[in-house]
Design a protein around this ligand. Sequence first.
Ligand SMILES: [Zn+2]
Length: 212
Amino acid sequence: MTSPSDLIQGFHRFREEHFADEDALYKQLVHEGQTPKILVVACCDSRVDPALVLDCAPGDLFVIRNVANLVPPAESRGSGRHGTSAALEYGVRILGVEHIIILGHAHCGGISSLLKGVDATNGQETYINSWMRLAEQAQKKVQSEIPEASVEDRERACEQQAILSSLENLMTFEWISEGVATGKLALHGWYFDIEHGQLLRYDPTTRGFAAV
Ligand SMILES: [Zn+2]
């Protein structure tokens, strides 16, 4: 798949598979509407499409993708363009999802740029720099805890710590913290290791990520 014409051919194959008969899933999803139970916050990275990685069907996942799968804290609605927050609001308050998964991943370009710092952009502020400040606390924690570790190890630690920061930020939205308090909503931190083909899950009791 390297060109738009490849994608159009791909669409025709998709249409044959999903729209060929009366019982097709899409017809059901159109008539009954979408009712996903799981919301996933994933990275824009082309290698970590949640529906592919988690082998899901259309209608299964409500997906938000942004650079480095970050969740901002709840903020005043008057400032900024809150794309991620708006999508969270829709998933939780309108669709009533029961689970939110922050799906981080190995070799994340966003986290890598955070660790390299603003110097990598010749001192210029970029949209990426500004966005990645959401993970600044995660970066500082990793730098203070394992300053002598290799770049790869610090990146991996920061990728995982940023997942925890996003889980904390989720709880700043009152309609999420209320859902968690009443047991209607569960939050999860997952990490897709694209190098070793493993899925790791955060365990709050051990405070670590372990393969599932
Ligand atoms: Zn990424």
